[in-house]
Design a protein around this ligand. Structure first.
Ligand code: HEC
Length: 130
């Protein structure tokens, strides 16, 4: 986590080792709402995945991905979670397929490092639905 030490106070508090686990509803779902849900919702489940409030994170945790041999989210194990590989762009190296997320034709989009760090930490600390 030393790589994040350059961030200003609030962010460091959010990702620092002693910080409490991020709340799914307050912290993680808003990241999905802003970047993912318009493609990953009931009626438009790209890749077979919904990230809609109320359906996620049940749709992620211990669910097998459609595009790889991995689970989407393995509680406590971000590196075994296909979600993280799709966000980091390492999905092809772990037997996955398709594009990195958030998908956008032509341009390479990537979540902000602080959002990636929060999702990583949420999984590491048990991927709790809270
Ligand atoms: C513009 C539409 C679009 C956006 C925005 C988008 N996705 Fe996707 N997503 C797709 C499509 C299409 C696929 C299936 C093809 C592929 O894997 O590249 C997919 C597949 C996935 C998969 C693999 C599902 C599986 O079971 O294998 C994950 C995980 C995923 N997206 C997560 C996200 C997350 C998290 C975000 C937001 C940060 C996001 N996506 C934003 C279109 C989108």
């Amino acid at each position: 986590m030393t790589g994040y030490l350059g961030f200003i106070g609030g962010v460091e508090a959010a990702v620092g080792n002693k910080a409490p686990a991020p709340s799914y509803k307050k912290t993680i779902q808003p990241i999905f709402n802003a970047n993912c849900v318009y493609c990953h919702m009931s009626g438009a489940m790209q890749g077979g995945l919904t990230l809609e409030p109320g359906l996620s994170p049940r749709s992620l945790v211990s669910i097998k991905s459609t595009g790889s041999p991995l689970m989407l989210v393995v509680p406590g194990k971000p590196n075994d979670s296909y979600l993280i590989h799709k966000l980091e762009g390492t999905h092809l190296k772990v037997g996955g397929m398709g594009a990195s997320m958030p998908f956008s034709a032509g341009v390479l989009l990537k979540l902000e490092e602080k959002d990636l760090a929060l999702i990583h930490r949420w999984i590491l600390l048990g991927a709790v639905d809270n």
